[in-house]
Design a protein around this ligand. Structure first.
Ligand code: NIG
Ligand code: FE
Length: 425
């Protein structure tokens, strides 16, 4: 009897494996030299895992007698790992297009926030919206991300700022995880802002003694999965000490620390994160040299969000300094009502032009390193045998077209594959 497999992708012009030695992440030198096969094929097994990647002729002879459920002829096309989006806020109701106009006219992010808009505006609408409506909104956004090549995405709560709505959001994310093909890792972000009418101390206390214990209870009962904990550590939001208490409490529950730091003001968030053993810190527009060194030492991943700096006209995060210092650099879309971008190809393009990253660096940051930031790089982020068969096939003769032709993913993305199944074509 012949061996059977789920999928053969054959004769691709290029297959970008990203890395080949089971690396959990890449730093600057590794990011420069991605593993790429010319004229290559990929096989995915019935378990959804990659069985083989290699030159088309050797795969052909190795699998001569094999039977495949599906064969895709990728002649003239390129195969890349499914993209990983390490930072999104995709569960909410009520857009903020009117605030975009205010910001274009000169209002800063914090001016809008302090006037009761920004996160507070979204909190009001999200609290008032039923779970089914939130789920439909989330599904539509995840579908858009998938069509742009994202196969694993981090999804945050954080538009509730009280137990009921935070739990509602986490359960909506869980429902999407159970029903959609896209991979999801979920993040409790109850400390996204200080709820109106509360002091920071009261909000911190509510998170520590009300919200986290109730979330823990649902997790222990097997009713909910939560993977990470997040805090917006910022002047006028949560200070360093509250951030430390909340992140430590989450860590004690077994959550990965992955938080917003050093975005609008230097807060020493990076140093705190490194000390707490944070897996990742997002934003970092205002990180100091000491913070960069601490992150490099602690292997705390930087999640850079070029859409936010672009939209808010912030100074760009110092990607080059981070790379030179040996920091693990990853990328996220930061999709939220302030930064309405579902496309990691656009994020990679911005990372190249505005953060001065090279195209191979941007791709490594949006695959293996973003997977590391989410504690998933053992199974995601590269096309290595044994990893999940999540593939992106683009209609172009070189993989770099995905970044170069910005805003063109609709024309470029030919197939999106998860666990060896075509989920979009
Ligand atoms: O990462 N900085 C804080 N949080 C989000 C914005 C969320 C919002 O404005 O709704 C961010 O950019
Ligand atoms: Fe964010």
């Amino acid at each position: 009897m012949s061996d059977t497999f789920r999928l053969l992708v054959k004769n691709a012009k290029q297959v970008v494996m990203v890395c080949t030695n089971g690396e959990k992440f890449l730093t600057k030198d590794g990011m420069r030299n991605l593993a790429i096969h010319e004229n290559a094929s990929v096989v995915v097994g019935h378990n959804g895992l990659i069985k083989a990647v290699g030159p088309a002729d050797s795969i052909e002879s190795q699998f001569k007698k094999a039977v495949f459920d599906q064969v895709l002829d990728a002649t003239g096309m390129c195969v890349l790992p499914g993209l990983v989006d390490a930072h999104t806020h995709p569960v909410w109701a009520g857009d903020r297009v009117h605030e975009f106009a205010m910001k274009l006219a000169g209002a800063t992010y914090m001016q809008v926030h302090e006037a009761g808009g920004g996160i507070h505006f979204t909190v009001g609408h999200t609290r008032a919206t039923d779970p089914e409506t939130l789920l439909q909104g989330l599904k539509g956004r995840l579908e858009r991300m998938l069509r742009a090549g994202t196969t694993l995405v981090e999804c945050k709560s954080g538009y509730g700022l009280e137990l009921e709505t935070e739990l509602k959001m986490l359960n909506v994310i869980d429902a999407a995880r159970k029903t959609l093909p896209i991979g999801i890792t979920s993040t409790y972000c109850g400390a996204h802002a200080v709820a109106r009418g509360k002091t920071m101390e009261e909000a911190t206390e509510d998170i520590l003694s009300v919200q986290l214990p109730a979330i823990q209870k649902q997790i222990s009962a097997g009713e909910l999965q939560v993977d990470n904990i997040d805090v917006f550590c910022e002047k006028g939001v949560f200070d360093l000490d509250s951030t430390r208490q909340i992140l430590q409490a989450g860590k004690d529950m077994g959550l990965n620390i992955n938080f917003h730091g050093d975005e609008l003001h230097p807060m020493n968030s990076a140093q705190l994160g490194a000390k707490l053993g944070a897996l990742a810190i997002s934003h970092l527009e205002e990180v100091t040299d000491e913070g960069i060194a601490a992150m490099a030492r602690a292997k705390t991943c930087a999640i850079l969000l070029p859409t936010t700096a672009y939209i808010l006209r912030l100074p760009c995060p110092r990607a080059r300094d981070m790379l030179d210092a040996g920091v693990i650099v990853s990328l996220g879309s930061d999709f939220n009502p302030n930064a309405y971008c579902c496309s990691m190809p656009i994020v990679m393009h911005l990372a190249c032009v505005t953060l001065k990253m090279s195209m191979p660096e941007a791709l490594a940051a949006a695959t293996i390193n973003a997977a590391y930031a989410l504690n998933r790089s053992q199974s995601h982020g590269s096309l290595e045998p044994g990893k999940q068969g999540d593939l992106l096939i683009i209609n172009a003769p070189r993989w770099e077209h995905l970044i170069y032709q910005f805003g063109s993913h609709q024309e470029l993305v030919r197939f999106v594959i998860i666990k060896g199944n075509v989920v979009y074509e």
